[in-house]
Ligand binder design. Structure first.
Ligand code: UTP
Length: 298
């Protein structure tokens, strides 16, 4: 029997064009947009660190250099913080210092499937995780940890799922599955961005995946799918013919911070959880709510 390999590597695709955030993303990466005081991608990196990931592979592209700089040391800044005795800030910026990052350029934004394929030479023949940083998971939640535990039990690819509203279903990959346990679904089929009447369920695939290296072979042979992109969902659909794939239903809070409203909601909720700003933010929200109630717009 093949021995189960621990998940040590994670891929963070960050080479998308971020068109929904234009003009902010014209020359700077969407993944660097801050939520309260941390760039989006740092939330995903910290989530992975907490679950024992040791190797971090970031897929980047044009105008994405700020990501590399962010996770690099910043000599002048560190010296200046040291001189002015700002120990807490110094610790904060050095917190991720021990992490090793690998950066791979995706030459053109040919789709999420293609972005993952770019990491093949680094992942080689191990199972690995994929985390999309514009899906922000409540940092107190254990989704990714639960997925790793499920993988250990089943030794199969695991996709994170969440129930989404009818109006939103066309934006996701959607599964048809058979419930096998608490939140655990054996996947029968998956469809990328279906029309609501064609959706096999209301369970959408969200941005956390545990995959095995056999997906690379399939991605390699895949042509462009919907929107001319190499779609991960198409590759998973083909993989289904060869092996079992499971879904894990997430019932906690997730923010689709790749769109403006989701991003603003994440900002509000995470500000309310941040002890440095929660009180004044709460007061302000109450003030805004009362203004809105009275019908005052400004
Ligand atoms: P999105 O679907 O959110 O695309 O990609 P996007 O380009 O970032 O944003 P919009 O839709 O134009 O506004 C999901 C994830 O996959 C990455 C993105 O960076 C994001 O983290 N991605 C997407 C790539 O790395 N390469 C691609 O070719 C496409």
């Amino acid at each position: 029997m093949a021995m189960k390999t621990r998940i040590k590597k994670a891929i963070f695709p960050a080479a998308g064009l971020g068109t929904r955030f234009l003009p902010a993303t014209k020359a700077s990466p969407k993944e660097m947009l801050p939520i309260v005081d941390k760039p989006m991608i740092q939330y995903a990196i910290e989530e992975a660190t907490a679950c024992g990931i040791e190797e971090f592979i970031i897929i980047t592209g044009k105008y994405k250099r700020a990501i590399e700089d962010h996770f690099d040391s910043a000599y002048e800044l560190e010296e200046s913080l040291k001189r002015s005795g700002k120990k807490r800030l110094l610790e904060e910026i050095n917190r991720l210092n021990r992490i090793n990052f690998a950066y791979i350029r995706q030459r053109a934004a040919l789709g999420l499937g293609h972005a993952i394929l770019c990491a093949r030479p680094f992942v080689k023949d191990e199972p690995f995780a994929v985390l999309l940083s514009d899906d922000i998971i409540d940092p107190e939640d254990t989704l990714f940890k639960d997925m790793i535990n499920l993988y250990k039990e089943l030794d199969c690819p695991i996709l994170a799922l969440q129930q989404v509203q009818k109006e939103e279903i066309h934006r996701y990959g959607v599964i048809d599955g058979l419930k096998e346990g608490d939140g655990v679904y054996k996947i029968n089929n998956l469809v990328e961005k279906p029309r609501v009447e064609d959706a096999p369920s209301d369970m959408a695939i969200i941005g956390r995946y545990i995959l095995m290296p056999d997906i690379f072979e399939i991605l390699e042979g895949l042509g462009p799918g919907r929107g001319g992109e190499i779609q991960l969902t198409d590759a998973l659909q083909r993989l289904l013919k060869k092996r079992s794939i499971y879904g894990y239903l997430f019932t906690g809070r997730r923010y689709d911070a790749g769109n403006k409203v989701g991003y603003l909601k994440a900002t509000i909720d995470l500000a309310l959880k941040n002890p440095q700003v929660s009180e004044p933010v709460k007061e302000y929200i109450i003030e805004v709510a009362s203004r809105l109630k009275k019908g005052i717009r400004r």
